[in-house]
Write a protein that binds this ligand. Structure first.
Ligand code: PRT
Ligand code: ZN
Length: 285
């Protein structure tokens, strides 16, 4: 039987979350880390462990059918790949940063400057779009130390919390692009592989939806139930179960977690009691 071959980062920031994605979908993998290839006994996939920089090329060449990688790496490598799904983790931005003490008035600052980066292609595109010329110094790691040792005037690098910039006396002055981990796929897949990919996407989306929603249970006097239904946003036909206590019911529904904290006080004021909010494991809608 055909298997879908998925490239994931061998060890790094995306590795653990990429593998968690499969286990949350009920897909286990045989063979621990240290191996190049691992198969699943319960789903027709195999996982190929690679350096993240190599993933776009492997998927482009069809050595892997799909890959889990940061958008930043896909853009830098410039390979035409289909984005099958955004994954919501590995979020970061690619930014220009300069020494803290420097005055900054706009992108013209970078005209004629030396910029250190591991992302020369994305940077070149930005400079061209802004009709700027600068000297790009490509380095593969610890870009943030370049200005301090006199190798460059500024840097173009990944930022997430900003603490690396801060501790190197740099300030972020332009966010060029935001990135997150994505599932990319080879341009053409056999029908069998396309079907496996669609099944996998379906499972991942069920897990993603479940994470964003909670199951809510609460008790309320019957005469308050209508008020409570109106408070709960996005409520689709809640279940109402009578309690043994006369004139009271239990109300069950699904609520987006982000909405919950906004409505909790209103729910209490409307007479809701014994509110329980429980996680949902999978959600098929
Ligand atoms: O060995 P391999 O080549 O596979 O891994 P790698 O070392 O090239 O990549 P890795 O594991 O560091 O990152 C993998 C992917 O994670 C990146 O391509 C991004 O898509 C994503 N990501 C998310 C990040 C960050 N957040 C991040 N903060 N990648 C790197 N960083 C770096 C950043 O450059 C900075 O130097 O982490 C440092 C800390 O960031 P702050 O701003 O939180 O201080
Ligand atoms: Zn890398």
């Amino acid at each position: 039987m055909e298997k879908l071959r998925i490239a994931v980062q061998k060890s790094g920031r995306l590795s653990e979350k990429s593998l968690a994605l499969f286990s949350e979908c009920g897909i286990s993998l045989e063979g621990g880390n240290g191996r190049l290839l691992a198969a699943s006994p319960d789903f027709p996939i195999e996982v190929l462990y690679l350096r993240d920089d190599d993933i776009p090329q492997y998927v482009y060449d069809g050595v892997a059918d799909i890959g889990v990688v940061g958008e930043n790496v896909v853009w830098e490598k410039g390979k035409t790949l289909e984005t099958a799904l955004k994954l919501g983790f590995g979020k970061c931005r690619l930014s220009l940063a300069i020494p803290k003490a420097e005055e900054y008035k706009g992108v013209s600052y970078f005209q004629g400057k030396r910029i250190a980066t591991s992302y020369p292609n994305i940077l070149t595109k930005f400079l061209n779009e802004n009709k700027l010329t600068a000297e790009i110094h490509e380095i593969s790691g610890s870009v943030e130390i370049a200005p301090g040792i006199g190798l460059a005037d500024s840097i173009f690098d990944i930022v997430s919390s900003g603490s690396t910039l801060f501790s190197n006396n740099l300030k972020e002055v332009e966010v060029i692009v935001n990135s997150e981990a994505v599932m990319v796929s080879h341009k053409t897949l056999s029908d069998a592989k396309r079907k496996i990919l669609n099944d996998l996407i379906f499972r991942i989306q069920s897990v993603q939806k479940a994470k964003k929603n909670k199951y809510i249970l609460l008790n309320a006097p019957n005469n308050k139930i209508n008020d409570i239904i109106n408070i709960l946003p996005g409520m689709k036909s809640p279940s109402i179960v009578p309690l043994a206590k006369e004139g009271w019911s239990s109300l069950h529904s699904v609520i987006a977690e982000k909405d919950f904290w906004e409505v909790i006080e209103k729910l209490k004021q409307s007479g809701a009691e014994g509110i329980l909010v429980v996680p949902i494991e999978k959600m098929i809608v």
